[in-house]
Design a protein around this ligand. Structure first.
Ligand code: ATP
Ligand code: MG
Length: 569
């Protein structure tokens, strides 16, 4: 389980680095200050959870601060729905930003001022090349770039043009503001990167106030330094952007010190990937838009919202992140490990109940009609403090269809003609007769029970190997159950190069059991709670999908743990 104490330690290189910074006094009188900077253009996924928990926990462990800052600099793809879902997900994960909720757009005015100062210092210019030309002029890894013909515009002209860009005089794409760094730099990011573009598009927060928008590489370091972020943690693909990050921060410190709270530094860590799923937002969006799944929070999605609805707990996700760890090397974590984490948590905490997913009727012919007996069962085996419950037992029951075989192999220890099995918490029964319909399908089993075999008071001396679960027909609560399998049928769908990733979607990722009889206690449970349905796995009472007349339970994971096996390999 995730530790959350002031004395907690983490075993990763970033923790060690911060510890060293503190020991050396690098932060001066500042405390450790981190942030999570999502772009509100989609839902968060389990990979984002790494960044969220890493930033949040480091701040917490070192007694520092943690900001949530929306990176909302692209008005075209961003929506309030995503802002709301991201905040909900952070709260659920336990990453508390307290009063420190920010938006990059909060600092548009300050960034504009900084851009003016860069221009005045001869460090930025307005360029009229179009996107295509800028790319051509940029050169390649082996060839230096060519200077833009607009590179040597006067400060006055640049100021005038940039102000007119802001006032809306020019159409989209006609001009950009660029940093004036070095067109021969070995690092392509330093070849006069674009800082601002023209975009006549309303923004979800600033409305029509702006028609120029800062680029990420300009926006992000400024926002960090402005907020006083001491350690700007980002994923590994930004490594090549670090010199530019430093260039922006250094210039902000030099030219606009009154807007800067700290000289932020960037540190990169590897992205988290997960087997049997995709993680890129573009692909997740396609899954939703092309209706391969029902929504962003479909329980098959690797989104935090999807995992929440599937029934994963915040602690199981934190535990998983902790075990996977954080490094600089790309890795793909095993879905089986995440499933192992939730199993481990629920094994000792989830109450047991009985539900029959694929029912067949069973009549106990020597049980009196109309007679109900309450059998007592423990809620959590081995945990007396979890108490017991009473489950009604009667003449007509449901059992799982596959707990019966007409012509069983030797090692089948459940029900078959003439064979005996124990009904969990109740009696040993013997199958006397098999009733079939006109097509030869088994529709009912007639059995007899042995009154000497009452569970907990068995005086018969009988030994049976099989114990099966059951539900009394007249007492049954009817629920809907969703069973899930991996969303993709191959381990690394993201790596398949020659096919569209949707070609590897598992067509059987969802199996719906519309009418599942369950013991009456199920209907009285609280939405949002988790159970083990005996022998069938761990389930989550889905408060989102449940309607008044239909209670919906999602299987989080089956009982069989494949992690132990994988670990041995
Ligand atoms: P985009 O391609 O839209 O930028 P993104 O997944 O990087 O997608 P952001 O909203 O920018 O989306 O991500 C917020 C933060 O989460 C970033 O700091 C990013 O580095 C981090 N992050 C994103 N994906 C992962 C991942 N798979 N593992 C760890 N961190 C991630
Ligand atoms: Mg990003």
């Amino acid at each position: 389980m995730a530790k959350e104490t002031e004395t907690a330690v983490m075993t990763n290189f970033i923790y060690n680095m911060i510890k060293e910074d503190l020991e050396k006094g690098v932060l001066g009188d500042k405390c450790v200050h981190t942030r999570f900077p999502p772009e509100p253009n989609g839902y968060l996924h389990i990979g984002h959870a790494r960044a969220v928990l890493l930033n949040y926990r480091l701040a917490k462990i070192f007694g520092g601060k943690f900001n949530l800052r929306f990176d909302d600099t692209n008005p075209i793809k961003e929506e309030q729905e995503f802002v709301d879902s991201i905040m909900e997900d952070l709260r659920w994960l336990g990453a508390d930003w307290q009063e420190r909720l920010f938006f990059s757009s909060d600092y548009f005015e300050a960034k504009y001022e900084f851009a003016l100062r860069l221009i005045k210092a001869g460090k930025a210019y307005v360029c009229d090349l179009d996107q295509e030309q800028i790319r051509e002029y940029r050169g390649t890894l082996t060839e230096p770039g060519k200077e833009s013909p607009y590179r040597n515009r006067s400060v006055e002209e640049n100021l005038d043009l940039f102000k007119r860009m802001r006032s809306g005089e020019f159409p989209d794409g006609s001009r950009v503001l660029r940093a004036r760094i070095d067109m021969a730099a070995g690092n392509l990011n330093m070849r006069d990167p674009v800082l601002y573009r023209i975009l006549h598009s309303a923004h979800h927060r600033t409305g029509d106030k702006w028609c120029i928008y800062p680029m990420y590489d300009f926006d992000h370091p400024f926002s960090d330094a402005h907020e006083g972020i001491t350690h700007s943690l980002c994923s590994i693909e930004y490594t090549d952007h670090r010199p530019l990050y430093d260039w922006i921060v250094d210039n902000a410190v030099a030219l606009y010190p009154e807007a800067i709270a700290f000289r932020s530094r960037q540190t990169e860590f590897a992205r988290l990937n997960l087997t049997y799923t995709v993680m890129s937002k573009r692909k997740l969006r396609r899954l939703v838009e092309e209706k391969y799944v029902e929504s962003w929070d479909d329980p098959r999605m690797p989104t935090i919202a999807g995992m929440r609805r599937r029934g994963f707990s915040p602690t199981s996700i934190a535990d998983f992140q902790e075990r996977v760890g954080v490094s600089r090397a790309d890795s793909t974590a095993d879905l089986a490990l995440l499933e192992h984490c939730i199993r481990e948590e629920l094994e000792t905490s989830a109450p047991r109940l009985m539900a029959v997913l694929d029912p067949i009727k069973l009549v106990i012919t020597n049980w009196p009609e109309g007679n109900t007996e309450m059998t007592e069962m423990e809620n959590i085996p081995g945990d007396e403090s979890a108490g017991t419950r009473k489950v009604p037992f009667s003449r007509t029951l449901y059992i799982e269809r596959d707990d019966f075989m007409e012509d069983p192999p030797k090692k089948f220890f459940r029900l078959a003609p003439g064979r005996e099995v124990r009904l969990k918490g109740a009696y040993i029964i013997q199958c006397e007769e098999v009733i079939k319909d006109s097509e030869g399908n088994v529709v009912e089993l007639r059995c007899s029970y042995d009154p000497q075999t009452k569970s907990g008071a068995d005086t018969s001396g009988k030994k049976v190997k099989g114990v099966i679960h059951w539900v009394s027909v007249v007492h049954a609560a009817w629920i809907k159950v969703n069973l899930y399998d991996n969303l993709f049928s191959i381990e690394n769908p993201e790596e398949e190069k020659d096919v569209d990733f949707t070609d590897n979607i598992n067509p059987r990722s969802l199996l719906v059991c519309e009418n599942v009889p369950s013991e009456p206690a199920v209907a009285a449970a609280d939405p949002g709670s988790r159970f083990q349905f005996l022998r069938k796995g761990y389930f989550y009472y889905d408060p989102v999908a449940t309607k008044d007349d239909k209670l919906v339970f999602n299987r989080i994971v089956p009982l069989k743990d494949s992690w132990a096996k994988i670990k041995k390999k």
